[in-house]
Design a protein around this ligand. Structure first.
Ligand SMILES: Nc1ncnc2c1ncn2[C@@H]1O[C@H](COP(=O)(O)OP(=O)(O)OP(=O)(O)O)[C@@H](O)[C@H]1O
Length: 233
């Protein structure tokens, strides 16, 4: 579904992605794990089209994306739930969801909203309240639900577990896992390597802008080097 080859990106004169190769197969959850500052957010921003790529290629569903503007990538089925959630705090929950569906003016938007509420019942309860009043976990659910309103075939998730209490982290990872049943392919970037690898099919380890290991998630989670460096065991 998504093939990244030799991807390089820089901030000014400083290159932070040094030639990444990543493959995301249809129907899978693929995770890129790595420490703070490894380049995970920059990778997702390159995929979404909001960060310039200096070399390499991004092919999504058979189409080269590198020169395609960000809004067209959303139209083609690539949608991102950004780092820090970036919800509109002074808009209501429902208004935030409708913004996620800005590409569509059809009757299906209301149905999609009902699907989102079925997935996250707390959002239905709070639909008319300002999103800024939601807890951190609820805001994360809203960010994921809003990204789903764009009807993606591939969802890019940036650190959905960030800043959440352990019980909510577990809930969020369950939600991500359940996206498979909706036929949504997921590329998940996470510092929480254990949580992400536990629900993923395939994983990549990113260190200072390079992929240093990759393989089936179950193999990575059992690897001694990864256990020592990222899983604290
Ligand atoms: N706007 C920017 N200008 C300059 N350097 C930046 C900018 N954004 C990120 N960087 C640098 O690029 C590198 C990769 O950052 P990035 O945010 O992609 O990493 P990350 O793995 O997502 O980390 P985090 O979990 O903290 O977001 C870091 O060294 C960071 O300091």
């Amino acid at each position: 579904m998504l093939t990244v080859e030799g991807l390089r990106s820089r901030y000014g004169r400083i290159e932070v992605l040094h030639g990444l190769d990543i493959e995301v197969a249809s129907g899978q959850i693929v995770t890129v794990v790595g420490a703070n500052g490894a380049g995970k957010t920059t990778l997702l921003r390159c995929l979404s089209g909001i960060q310039p790529v200096s070399a390499g290629s991004i092919v999504f569903r058979g189409e080269a994306l590198t020169a395609v503007p960000a809004f067209r990538r959303v139209q083609r089925g690539l949608s991102q739930s950004p780092e820090g959630r970036q919800i509109f705090t002074n808009l209501t929950v429902e208004e935030n969801l409708r913004l996620g569906a800005y590409l569509f003016a059809d009757d299906k938007v209301d149905r999609d909203m009902q699907d989102a509420f079925a997935m996250f019942p707390i959002l239905r309860e709070k639909r008319n309240l300002a999103a800024g009043g939601l807890s951190g976990g609820q805001q994360q659910m809203l960010a994921i639900a809003r990204a789903l309103m764009a009807r993606p075939s591939c969802l890019l998730l940036d650190e959905p577990s960030m800043g959440l209490a352990p019980i909510l982290v577990a809930q969020i990872f369950e939600v991500v896992k359940s996206l498979k049943s909706l036929d949504v392919t997921v590329l998940l970037v996470e510092q929480n390597a254990f949580g992400a690898l536990s629900i993923a099919d395939r994983g990549y380890v990113m260190e200072t802008g390079r992929i240093t290991m990759s393989g089936p998630a179950a193999e990575l989670i059992a690897d001694e080097r990864i256990r020592a460096a990222y899983l604290g065991v």
